[in-house]
Design a binder for this molecule. Sequence first.
Ligand code: PEP
Ligand code: MN
Length: 339
Amino acid sequence: MVIIMKKDATKDDINRITKRVESLGCTVHISEGNSCYIIGAVGDTSAIDAGIFELEDCVEKVMRVQSPYKRASRMFNPLDTIIEVKGKTIGGNKLAVIAGPCSVESEEQLLTIAKSVKESGATFLRGGAYKPRTSPYSFQGLKEEGLKLLKKASAITGLPVVTEIMAPSQIESALPYVDVIQIGARNMQNFDLLKEVGKTDKPVLLKRGLSATIEELLMSAEYIMAEGNEKVILCERGIRTFETYTRNTLDLSAVLAIKKLSHLPVIVDPSHASGKWWMVEPLSKAAIAVGADGIAVEVHHDPANALSDGEQSIKPEKFAALMDSIKDLSKIVNKEIQV
Ligand code: PEP
Ligand code: MN
């Protein structure tokens, strides 16, 4: 249930309504709309009579939230969420460009790629230290060693680090090395993991599951937010369809749907969506054109010898060209590339 306050409602009015909501067994989420405050009641509101709030002079209207997710819904929070990470912004009119290798493989590999993507204008450095692989015999990542290398690359380039955490047991030791925690597609419904990252204060990049609906993605965001961490970034990374030419099918309409349903920033990962390096630039442009708040792309200086996802990784010079080509496009959609 959301209670929309009148424009001239006072702090006392807001406090009074808040206490009333709490006395009915719900928790309160207050957000600022364009010109008024909105009080969201979280919990079982089915037995609450909306009329008791409509009687109040300071209340404009009361609406029931139909969606099963509350904190993630735009109804609860009409203004776009903007997340700040070490001086960089995700959401609003800023474009976030997350770039780097699929896996951290060695110091030389990571530093080469990190320096080149920084040079071309990336905003964040990505790289997997813990790798979710389909085969247990494939490279599983350098783990803690990989996290240390990411920290070093971040110190040299100034780029904040986005890296995946796969299990609750990895969180504590990984936190000092991570600026944005990535939850991978395969873990989108690992509810214990979602709850635990919800207890941290790090922004969370939540990737859409391979066969997850938009509502399921938003419910997973709700798991994180319900624990107190409201800094969630959603990522469309392609979904599984009957098509086999591409690795997945990029669902660009999800960006539009999520923007309508939620206030959270949405980015697109064209690398995992297509599985093909030559599709990364055009799909990045398409993502920006439909209003994505950023892109996450895999970059490797030697894709033929990459330990994972070489076929979908673009070379540093292609990344530089991509950055060049999105400059004018970003202006058209009122987004700014950050330096
Ligand atoms: C990744 O970004 O490294 C990754 C494994 O992606 P996804 O979880 O989307 O498959
Ligand atoms: Mn990958």
